[in-house]
Design a binder for this molecule. Structure first.
Ligand code: ATP
Length: 367
C-alpha cells in the first residue's frame, strides 16, 4: 500500500488548463474521493496519478518516490474505468487473470487460485467461463474490479465506475466496492460527480472546481462545515443566505437578510457582510403564517430565526416532503415530514444549525 502526494500539479492541453493547481495527500489505505462538477479535472487528476498524463508542472509522488518519467505499467496501480473496458474475446476468468501474465499473484497462490479467489470476492464465483457480453452491467464492473486488484496493486484508481449503472445497482455496488477496499486495505482514489456517492463511501473527499481543490475533509466535515458557497451548494442541497451584520452579542451575531434579522453563531462587526447556510432538513415549519404578514419577529426565545415564505412546489420523496419556497425572491428548500398546510408558511431554524461560510469586510465586493 502506498501514500500518494500531489503537489502543485497543473496540466494544460494547448490553451486549455485542465488542472490549475492540485495539491492532495492521500493516506495509506485510505478511500479518497475526488468529486466535483463535469470538467473540473477529476479524471485528469486520476490520469496524472496513473501516469497516462504527465503533469505540465508539479509533482506526483508515491510515498517518497517522485513518479515523473515512470510509465503507467511500472506504477503498480489497478484501474477501473467507467465503461467496463473488459476484453470481449476473453472469458470472465481470463479477464480477471490478465494482469497475472505479467506479475505473480500475491501470496503463495497460483494464477488460477487467485482468479477463483477474486471471483468469489466480487460475488461472481461460478461465472468464470462466461463471456463478458453474457453479464449484466453491474457484473461486468465487478469483473473489472477483480481484474484491477488481481495482481495486488499498491493503489486502486476508480474512474466513475458506476456511472453507467442504474441507481439501485450503484448503491449496492458502491457498498460492495467499499467493503472490498476495506478488506484489502488498499489505497484507493475514486472519481465521481455524484456527491451522495462521495459522501457515502469515502474516508475523505476532495471537492474540485475549475482545476483546483476547493476543500478536503471527511464527508461529515465537508457536508457540515463547507468552506465556500460552492462546496455548500455542491454537496447536497443547501440554503445559502447573504446578510449583513447588525450587532454582535453574547448569543451570536445578529444578521439582516432582506427585511429580516437572524441570530447566527460567531462574531462580526456591524456592517460586515456575512454568508451563512442552513440545510433543508434543518429548517422547520413553524406554524401557518398570518396572511399578508411579510415578516414576523419576536424579541426573544426560539421564535427569533423565522421568516414567512410562499409555497411554490411540494414533492413527495417517500421519507419526507421537499418543499420549494419563495421568500421575497429568494429560493428556499426545506425537507419536512409533513406536507405544508397553506400557501404561505412560517419557517424557523435554530442558530445551532447554522453554518457561517464567510465573513467579509463591508469594503469587500460580494461574490
Ligand atoms: P467529467 O466529470 O465530465 O468526466 P472531469 O472533472 O473528469 O469531468 P476532466 O475530464 O479531467 O474533467 O477535464 C478537465 C478539463 O480538461 C475539461 O475542460 C476538459 O474539456 C479538458 N480536457 C480533458 N482532457 C483533454 C484533452 N485530451 N484535450 C483537451 N482538453 C482536455
Amino acid at each position: 500500500m502506498v501514500e500518494v502526494h500531489l503537489d502543485g500539479v497543473g496540466k494544460a492541453y494547448d490553451d486549455v488548463a485542465a488542472l490549475e493547481d492540485v495539491t492532495l495527500h492521500v493516506d495509506d489505505g485510505e478511500f479518497f474521493t475526488l468529486v466535483g462538477p463535469s470538467g473540473c479535472g477529476k479524471t485528469t487528476t486520476l490520469r496524472a496519478v496513473a501516469g497516462f498524463e504527465p503533469p505540465t508542472r508539479g509533482t506526483v509522488c508515491f510515498g517518497d518516490r517522485d513518479m515523473a518519467g515512470v510509465p503507467p505499467e511500472d506504477r503498480d496501480v489497478g484501474i477501473v474505468f467507467q465503461n467496463y473496458a473488459l476484453f470481449p474475446h476473453m472469458t470472465v476468468a481470463e479477464n480477471v487473470g490478465y494482469g497475472l501474465r505479467f506479475r505473480d499473484p500475491p501470496g503463495a497462490r497460483t494464477p488460477d487460485e487467485r482468479v477463483a479467489e477474486l471471483l468469489e470476492l466480487v460475488d461472481l464465483g461460478g461465472l468464470g467461463d462466461r463471456d463478458p457480453e453474457e453479464l449484466s452491467g453491474g457484473q461486468r464492473q465487478r469483473v473489472a474490479l477483480a481484474r484491477a486488484i488481481a495482481p495486488g496493486p499498491d493503489l486502486l484508481l476508480l474512474d466513475e465506475p458506476m456511472s453507467a449503472l442504474d441507481a439501485r445497482l450503484r448503491e449496492s455496488l458502491r457498498t460492495q466496492v467499499r467493503a472490498i477496499q476495506s478488506d484489502l486495505d488498499i489505497t484507493t482514489i475514486y472519481v465521481t460527480h455524484d456527491q451522495e456517492e462521495a459522501l457515502a463511501v469515502s474516508d475523505r473527499v476532495a471537492v474540485m472546481r475549475d482545476g483546483r481543490v476547493e476543500q478536503v475533509g471527511s464527508p461529515e466535515a465537508v457536508y457540515r462545515n463547507p468552506d465556500s458557497r460552492f462546496v455548500a451548494e455542491f454537496l447536497g442541497e443547501n440554503n445559502v443566505f447573504d446578510g449583513r451584520v447588525v450587532a454582535d452579542g453574547p448569543a451570536g451575531v445578529r444578521v439582516a437578510v432582506g427585511d429580516r434579522e437572524f441570530v447566527v453563531p460567531g462574531t462580526g462587526a456591524p456592517g460586515e457582510r456575512l454568508t451563512f447556510c442552513v440545510r433543508p432538513e434543518q429548517l422547520r415549519l413553524g406554524g401557518v403564517a398570518e396572511r399578508g404578514s411579510a415578516a414576523h419577529q419576536t424579541e426573544s426565545g426560539g421564535g427569533e430565526n423565522q421568516f414567512d415564505a410562499s409555497v411554490e412546489t411540494v414533492e413527495f420523496l417517500g421519507e419526507a416532503f421537499r418543499v420549494h419556497l419563495d421568500w421575497d425572491g429568494r429560493q428556499v428548500t426545506l425537507r419536512v415530514p409533513e406536507e405544508p398546510d397553506g400557501e404561505t408558511v412560517r419557517v424557523g431554524f435554530d442558530a445551532s444549525d447554522v453554518h457561517v461560510i464567510e465573513t467579509a469586510d463591508v469594503a469587500t465586493p460580494s461574490r
